[in-house]
Design a protein. Structure first.
Length: 51
């Protein structure tokens, strides 16, 4: 699927990821890497019972 197949605000992409992580009270970072490329980091809380 081409990255241009989705309209802005369609729930796909970095904005959608950021919103989903926020709903789960997680941590989200995204941006360029120092030596090139792009990095996405999402950290989600996991209940102790699920571990």
């Amino acid at each position: 699927m081409d990255r241009n197949d989705h309209n802005p605000g369609s729930g796909f992409g970095l904005t959608g990821l950021r919103e989903r992580v926020a709903l789960l009270r997680g941590e989200f970072r995204a941006g360029p890497r120092p030596n090139g490329g792009f990095q996405v980091h999402a950290r989600l809380p996991v209940p102790a019972a699920a571990r």
